[in-house]
Structures are given as C-alpha cells and as structure tokens.
Design a protein around this ligand. Structure first.
Ligand SMILES: NC(=O)C1=CN([C@@H]2O[C@H](COP(=O)(O)OP(=O)(O)OC[C@H]3O[C@@H](n4cnc5c(N)ncnc54)[C@H](OP(=O)(O)O)[C@@H]3O)[C@@H](O)[C@H]2O)C=CC1
Ligand SMILES: Nc1nc(=O)c2c([nH]1)NC[C@@H]1CN(c3ccc(C(=O)N[C@@H](CCC(=O)O)C(=O)O)cc3)C=[N+]21
Length: 288
C-alpha cells in the first residue's frame, strides 16, 4: 500500500483563492484587512516564517505591517507597542512571532493582545473559549490540520486520534479540536511509555515533536492518516518532519509531507483568522 500524499500547498491555494474574494468584498465595503507582525531579534527561522506570512498576505490583498525590534528590548516597551496596535483601527490582527528573547515573559505579551485581534488564537480567552466550544479564533496550526483531515471527506467522529506533543500552540489545542469533532483523543509526550504501542492504535496520528525520524513504519497502523507537523532543519540545510516519510508512506493511508504539508496550511489559517477579524470589526463598528 502506498499512502495518498496530502498536499498542503494545493489545499492552501484553493482556500487562499476563496479568501482573496472575501478580502475584495471587504475592501468594496470600505475595509482593508490589516495584519501587524511583530518580530523581536534576529532568529533566521523566525525571519523566514515572518516573510512567508507577509508574502501570503500580500498575495490575497491583506495589508501587512512588520514591526521589528532588536532582541535587547524590554518587556514594558514591547507591551507598549502592542497597546498601540490594539488601539489602531487599521490593524485587525496582531501576531507576535515566538519564541521571544529570555528577558520577556511570553504570557504577559500574549495576554496584552486584544482578544479580538489575537489571530494566532494564543490568548487565554481564546484558548478557554475554544475548549468550551464557544466561538473563538482557533490556533492556526491545529486549525490547518483539522482542515486538511476534513478535506479528505472521511468521518472523524468515533476515530481514535493520537497526538504526540502537548505544547500550547500545537499538541494540546489540536487534540481539543478533534475532541470537539467527536474523536477519541490520546495525548503522548516525552514521558509516555511504549510510544509505538500507543501510536499503532491511531486511526489519525498527529506528530508535533521536533525530532527527525521519530516515527517509523512500526509506529503506524495500516491505512492510518498521518499528519507530520515537525519542521526540522538538517545539517545539509534540508527540511524534514518528525516522520520517516519513505518508510511510513508504505503503511499509512494518507500522509502529509514536509515541506509543503502542514506549514502552508498554518499560514492559510492565519489569513483566514485575519479576514474574520476584519469582518467582525465592521460588525462592531455598525453597532457603535
Ligand atoms: N508546520 C507548522 O506550521 C508548525 C510546525 N511546528 C513544528 O512542530 C514541532 C513541535 O513544535 P512545538 O509544539 O512548538 O514543540 P515543543 O518543543 O513545545 O513540544 C514538543 C513536544 O514533544 C514532546 N516530545 C519530545 N520528545 C519526545 C519523544 N521522544 N517522544 C514523545 N514526545 C516527545 C514534548 O514532551 P514534553 O511535554 O513531555 O516535554 C513536547 O510536548 C517542531 O518541529 C516545530 O518546528 C510548530 C508550529 C507550527
Ligand atoms: N506567534 C507565532 N505564530 C506561529 O504560527 C508560529 C510562531 N509564532 N513561531 C514558530 C511557529 C512555526 N510556524 C510555521 C509556519 C509556517 C511554516 C511553513 O510554511 N513551512 C514550509 C517551509 C518553509 C521553509 O522552507 O522554510 C513548509 O512546511 O512547506 C512552518 C512553520 C509558525 N509558528
């Protein structure tokens, strides 16, 4: 059996075309969606992600503004910058690229972002709303993963989803999104015993760890859907995921590649959330 490869790039292209139309409609109604991206320090990976996000905005007509600061800035200074963006009516979404330098408390920064502009879905209010099943900005990577799986047209209810990784930005929320879709969800992490025994039970296996080749054929049930979230840069400069692609593609039913898998969907869902934020700002204005 050879897995069907789920192309994040292709799905992203379709979804972005639809978003471009929605941006045009908003512009016709007098609103230009605006995203502020805050980049602190000089991490090359962060810089390249930020560039990709800005390019994606440009392609569908969202105005993006980059605020760049040296890694020596203080937390109060950064909080002040965010406050200004909160008050700026031309900005509908705010994204602070993580990680931040050590002297800055990430939670303080995330909590400073106005929840209605938190297009990353990292603010505790959005996390809480998501878990309670209320309307919220969904975090982009988990949302992109759900979108990819839904695009396959297979039933999620009743499936066993195994998530490896429990970070606040990927592992934990992605499990919650599938729980809401009535899957049975198991979380694995660095303290999990007999990882392969757990993962072999998965109908849908989501791997978000950051270790090349962590998952091989022996971890995967025949026909399973395998979503590889990991992005690892090898010494030769090449990118790879957490899943041994060549091995697992012979066992899985569906498999996402790295690159061109989850990554492009993450950016697409950021665009989606930004368009939604702009649309909702219009509604709020109408009620004032
Ligand atoms: N494509 C995309 O859009 C995105 C990709 N990523 C990528 O996804 C990966 C994960 O990111 P992130 O969630 O931020 O990472 P974190 O480092 O925050 O979390 C990694 C998780 O993996 C667990 N883990 C570590 N080693 C093992 C192991 N041997 N077996 C089982 N579990 C293990 C950790 O367990 P414990 O909690 O016990 O320490 C932790 O929960 C990275 O490669 C990152 O680059 C991230 C965001 C977006
Ligand atoms: N506030 C915040 N929000 C984030 O969403 C966020 C963050 N901080 N910090 C870092 C992680 C990582 N992340 C990725 C986004 C796109 C790709 C992506 O598009 N990758 C391409 C390859 C890109 C390349 O070639 O370098 C792909 O997989 O095809 C990867 C990773 C978002 N993150």
């Amino acid at each position: 059996m050879t897995a069907q490869i789920i192309s994040g790039t292709e799905l992203a292209k379709e979804k972005r075309a639809q978003l471009a139309k929605e941006v045009q409609q908003l512009k016709n109604a007098g609103i230009e969606p605006g995203l502020a991206v805050v980049l602190v320090g000089d991490n090359p990976a962060s810089r390249s992600y930020v560039k990709a996000k800005q390019k994606a905005c440009e392609e569908i007509g969202i105005r993006s503004v980059l605020l760049e600061f040296p890694d020596t800035i203080t937390e109060p200074f950064l909080l002040e910058q965010i406050e200004r963006l909160n008050e700026d009516d031309s900005i509908h979404g705010i994204l602070v690229q993580l990680p931040l330098p050590r002297q800055i408390n990430e939670l303080n920064v995330i909590e400073k972002i106005a929840p209605e502009k938190d297009v990353d879905g990292f603010h505790p209010l959005n996390i809480g709303r998501m878990i309670a099943g209320q309307k919220a900005f969904l975090p982009c990577t988990p949302y992109g993963i759900l979108y990819m799986v839904q695009s396959l047209g297979v039933e999620i209810a009743g499936k066993h989803v195994v998530v490896i990784g429990r970070s606040n930005i990927v592992g934990k929320p992605v499990g919650q999104l599938f729980l809401k879709e009535n899957a049975t969800v198991t979380y694995c992490h660095s303290k999990t015993k007999n990882l392969a025994e757990m993962t072999r039970q998965a109908d849908i296996l989501i791997v978000a760890v950051g270790k090349p080749n962590l998952i091989g054929a022996e971890h995967v049930k025949k026909g399973a859907i395998v979503i590889d979230v990991g992005v690892n840069r090898l010494e030769n400069g090449k990118l790879c995921g957490d899943v041994n692609f060549d091995e697992v593609k012979e066992v899985a039913g569906y498999l996402t590649p790295v690159p061109k898998g989850v990554g492009p969907m993450t950016i697409t869902m950021l665009l989606h959330n930004t368009v939604q934020a702009a649309r909702e700002s219009r509604r709020e204005k109408a009620h004032q």
